[in-house]
Structures are given as structure tokens and as C-alpha cells.
Design a protein around this ligand. Structure first.
Ligand code: COA
Length: 349
């Protein structure tokens, strides 16, 4: 029975960190509000001209070096992003070209913050079928492009004051704008003849909740980009934060229990619950409802915000590099994101 090991990891956070106070220059918000409601203290934004594939390239190089592998060793790239470089094609082939391994199949997964769960399942299938022995999984986001302001200089200490219109627009969208940040994480997975690997997966999608977190613009519009779309702010994410919060704290404890039961392990036996970093309050609620001790639920959202598809590989990389995550441990990965897509996986790493 084929399994896999994580043999390398890397992360890349672009530019300088932007604090909650920095955001307070362009919208009506406060450090206290953002910290209390989310646990976020700062986030990174990539500079204009950089896209998800550029951030991914830096993380991928680190993951390959960590594993002692070359781009030519890759059999497959799984590229998770909800902010691709272009409307089409996806960012995977761009990463392959930038890495210097053109021709390697590169699959883009559009599963938003739950993408890592889908990638683990696809990777597991590719290993089992014999289609791949070495797979690079990327999570990369350039979300600065959907921030509700254009005057980036206003965020700088001593920078120009935003116009009233800009300040009001950013404030209207502050619910999502304070949450998201940019970054990339990369995991290198290599096939093993027998486990460890993916032990179980509880996975779901439900498009009925589209309007709770989405970007209204798209190919239903003619043309799909226009001044009218921008004027109506349909190019910006719409988020019903409370609804998404409720989905996460009800659906994820159920998924965690199901994944553990399917893997034949108790929650006590799990060494780490590696949860998507959307909001510390979400993860605390899930932890309390599941009876899991705080020290088993690592968090780094204070430093990076919600980097969507990148949160889990970034956290895994931090934990591998500081020695918390060790070969042989049992890990439960859990995530919910726009779609909705959600679930939990149990892995022995
Ligand atoms: N700064 C200051 N005030 C803010 C604010 C901000 N950034 N965002 C919202 N507010 C205000 C609202 O305007 C509202 O004011 P009012 O009571 O005067 O109308 C008040 O705070 C409460 O707003 P609400 O949206 O109900 O807050 P909340 O407690 O639900 O917290 C989120 C908002 C977004 C932090 C929270 O709902 C959340 O994290 N939801 C999950 C979102 C998520 O995870 N998305 C990604 C999924 S991958």
C-alpha cells in the first residue's frame, strides 16, 4: 500500500508586515477590535506586479532545498490558490516554468481555504495509482489585489491621507479587509512503499452558501471586467462573516470526529490539530467543542492573517523547522473556506 512522507517544506511572506494600526490609516478600524475578534496583529501584502506564482516560487525553492531535491525530480505540481496570476491559465504551469521544470503536469485547485485537504486526497490518489512519486503542493495567495483601496501610500506612517471616498469604501469592506494577507507555503511529498500518509478524510462541498463568501464578478457578466463592475464594487469579496463563522464552528468539529473515527484513532491520540488560520476565535471555539487542549492547536495568525490556501503549508513549515512537528506523529488537518468547502484529514507524517 503506497503512502507518503513530507520530505521538504518552505514558506515565503512578501514585503513588510502591515499592522492593524497601518490599516487604521485607510479605514475605520482599531488594533483592539481586530485582535479581539480575530487574533490578527499584522499581515503581509505583496507589491504590485507580483502574483501567486512569484510567491510560490520562493516557497517551492526552499521546500526543494529542504528535501535535497531538484525541480527535475518533480512528477506533479498541485497549485492551490484563490488569487491566480491571471483569470486563465492557472498559476501551476507558470510555477513549473519559473522553477525550470516545464512539462511537469501542474494542476490548479480552486478550493479556497480548504484546498490543502483536496490536494492531500489528489496526492494520495496519484501516489496509489503510481502516476507520481514526488509531488509539490503549493498554497499561494496575492490577495492585496482585492483589498478595497487603491492608495497604498496612505498605509505608510506619515503617508498621504486617503480621500473621503476611499476611506468610506475601505470601511464598508473592513470585515474582510482586516483578515486576509499574502504569502505562500510549499510541501514536498514523496511516495513510500507502505504508510505513513493519509489515514482518513472527511470532505465536503456545498455551493448553496455561495453568497456568504465570494467575488460577484466573473464570466456571468458581459464583459467580465468593466467600469460598471468596479463602480458596483463587484470585483471585491463579499463576506457574511457571522455566517461563515457559524459554519466553521459547527461543521469542523463534526468533520474532526468523523475523520478520527474513520482513521481508528481517538482525538486524544492526535499530536497536532493543524487548523486553517482564518480566525483564532473560530479555532478556539472548535477546540473547546472538541475537548482538545490549547497546546495541540498551533496558531500563527497573529503574524500573517488569513493567507487562505497558504495558511496550512506555512504553519506546517514553521512547525517542521522549529522541531514541533516530527516524523511519526499523528496530525489532524482541518479547514473550511469559500464554496463552501470543508473537512478534516488524519495523517501520520
Ligand atoms: N473594525 C472595526 N469594526 C468592525 C470591523 C473592523 N475591521 N469589521 C466589522 N466591524 C463592526 C461592524 O460594522 C459591526 O458594527 P455595528 O455593530 O455598529 O454594526 C460590528 O463590528 C460587528 O460586526 P460583525 O461583522 O457582526 O462582527 P463579528 O463579531 O462577526 O466579526 C469577523 C467579524 C469577520 C471577524 C467574524 O465574523 C469572522 O471572522 N467570521 C469568519 C470569517 C472567515 O473566517 N472568513 C474566511 C473564511 S476562510
Amino acid at each position: 500500500m503506497a503512502g507518503f512522507r513530507i520530505t521538504g517544506s518552505g514558506r515565503y511572506l512578501p514585503g513588510r508586515p502591515y499592522t492593524n494600526q497601518d490599516l487604521g490609516r485607510i479605514m475605520d478600524t482599531s488594533d483592539e477590535w481586530v485582535r479581539q475578534r480575530t487574533g490578527i496583529e499584522q499581515r503581509h501584502f505583496c507589491p504590485e506586479g507580483q502574483g501567486a506564482s512569484d510567491l510560490a516560487l520562493e516557497a517551492a525553492k526552499l521546500a526543494l532545498a529542504d528535501a535535497g531535491r531538484q525541480p527535475a525530480d518533480l512528477d506533479y505540481i498541485l497549485f492551490n490558490t484563490m488569487t491566480p496570476d491571471h483569470f486563465f491559465p492557472g498559476s501551476g504551469p507558470l510555477l513549473g516554468a519559473a522553477l525550470g521544470c516545464p512539462g511537469v503536469p501542474a494542476l490548479d485547485l480552486r478550493m479556497q481555504c480548504a484546498a490543502m485537504l483536496f490536494s492531500l486526497q489528489v496526492a494520495d490518489g496519484l501516489f496509489r495509482s503510481g502516476a507520481a512519486s514526488t509531488i509539490l503542493i503549493i498554497g499561494a495567495e496575492a490577495q492585496a489585489g482585492f483589498m478595497p483601496w487603491t492608495n497604498w501610500a496612505a498605509l505608510e506612517p506619515g503617508g498621504p491621507k486617503p480621500s473621503v471616498e476611499e476611506y468610506e469604501r475601505a470601511t464598508r469592506h473592513r470585515g474582510y479587509a482586516v483578515i486576509f494577507g499574502d504569502g505562500a507555503g510549499a510541501l514536498l511529498l514523496e511516495r513510500t512503499d507502505e504508510g505513513p500518509g493519509l489515514l482518513s478524510l472527511d470532505l465536503h462541498s456545498d455551493g448553496r452558501y455561495l453568497d456568504q463568501l465570494y467575488i460577484p464578478a466573473g464570466y456571468r457578466k458581459r464583459p467580465y471586467v468593466s467600469g460598471e463592475i468596479v463602480a458596483r464594487e463587484e470585483h471585491l469579496p463579499q463576506m457574511l462573516g457571522r455566517e461563515v463563522f457559524k459554519h466553521a464552528v459547527t461543521k469542523l468539529p463534526t468533520s474532526v470526529r468523523k475523520a478520527c473515527s474513520d482513521a481508528g484513532v481517538t482525538l486524544d491520540q492526535i499530536d497536532w490539530f493543524i487548523a486553517h488560520q482564518a480566525n483564532d476565535r473560530i479555532n478556539e471555539t472548535i477546540r473547546e467543542r472538541s475537548g482538545v487542549p490549547a497546546e495541540k492547536v498551533p496558531s500563527n495568525i497573529a503574524r500573517y492573517g488569513n493567507t487562505s490556501t497558504a495558511t496550512i503549508p506555512i504553519l506546517v513549515d514553521e512547525m517542521r523547522r522549529d522541531g514541533r512537528l516530527k516524523a511519526g506523529q499523528l496530525v489532524c488537518v482541518l479547514a473550511l473556506g469559500a464554496g463552501l468547502n470543508w473537512g478534516a484529514a488524519v495523517l501520520r507524517i
